[in-house]
Write a protein that binds this ligand. Structure first.
Ligand SMILES: C[S@@+](CC[C@H](N)C(=O)[O-])C[C@H]1O[C@@H](n2cnc3c(N)ncnc32)[C@H](O)[C@@H]1O
Length: 241
């Protein structure tokens, strides 16, 4: 797996973070060293998809990146299924395509290079939005959630993971401390951590768990479960009645 050393060298001016060719080349290493329990989240989400998938319906993976969830799902699902995987980064989808090419179930996943705000979502039993809402401008988030809710079939689920912040400054600080310690434990140095933080400034905009729950309620979700939480990360399972 190519190692992420994109922020190892001092930069005069750190450019805003993008999911470009350089990031796509090291993405698996980057995400595993930057998102606590990433593999666990992918693995459990694939199991949840299998549990809630309804025959003849669609599964959407919005912000699919290089396909870790889709590829894992192919290994978990025995039944027939159809997943629409969407990402606006061509380099990410190129890696996804390469991973999928040799897979016997490759025809079950359709890749679309598109903005997730412009997808015609419909007839879905599962919609996944993993670590991606945080990259949308704040004033577009409600619109996307409304589309997701209305595309879900009764009993359908929305699986959702985000980096979050805490409303209390002291707890927010504590979460950051633990998060940067986690990155250090995974081999990132101070310079890499601070330059990446600068690159993500105003690009990744996290919200509080309460803000997410309020928005989920606003669009119609009455059943929500925080099934994973680690300091500044959480994953939710939301079901349409
Ligand atoms: C942190 S990655 C998501 C990780 C992935 N879901 C996973 O579980 O491995 C965020 C992804 O969202 C994509 N993205 C961000 N904004 C987007 C948008 N408006 N439309 C489509 N894709 C978007 C990026 O290109 C990137 O691949």
């Amino acid at each position: 797996m190519p190692k992420d050393d994109l922020y190892k060298v001092p930069q005069n001016k750190v450019a805003p973070f993008e999911f470009n060719q350089d990031v796509a080349a090291v993405f698996d290493d980057m995400i595993q060293r930057s998102v606590p329990f990433y593999r666990e989240i992918i693995q459990r989400q694939a199991q949840l998809i299998k549990l809630f998938y309804q025959p003849e319906s669609l599964i959407y993976d919005l912000g699919c990146s290089n396909g870790n969830l889709g590829i894992h799902l192919c290994d978990v699902m025995q039944d027939n299924f159809k997943m629409i995987a969407v990402d606006s980064s061509k380099p990410m989808l190129t890696v996804y395509e390469e991973k999928l090419a040799s897979h016997p179930l490759k025809d079950r996943i359709e890749l679309h290079c598109k903005d997730i705000l412009h997808v015609d979502l419909h007839r879905a039993s599962v919609i996944v939005l993993n670590l991606t809402l945080q990259f949308l401008p704040l004033d577009h988030r409600l619109e996307l959630l409304e589309q997701i809710y209305s595309a879900l079939l009764p009993g359908g689920v929305f699986l959702f993971t985000e980096k979050i912040i805490h409303p209390e400054d002291s707890f927010s600080e504590l979460q950051k401390q633990f998060y940067y310690a986690f990155k250090k434990e995974n081999g990132y140095c101070e310079l890499e951590i601070s330059q990446k933080r600068e690159a993500l400034e105003n690009v990744l905009i996290p919200e509080t768990v309460d803000a997410h729950l309020a928005r989920l309620r606003q669009v119609g979700f009455q059943k929500t479960e925080i099934w994973f939480k680690w300091f500044n990360f959480c994953s939710l399972l939301c079901q349409k009645s």
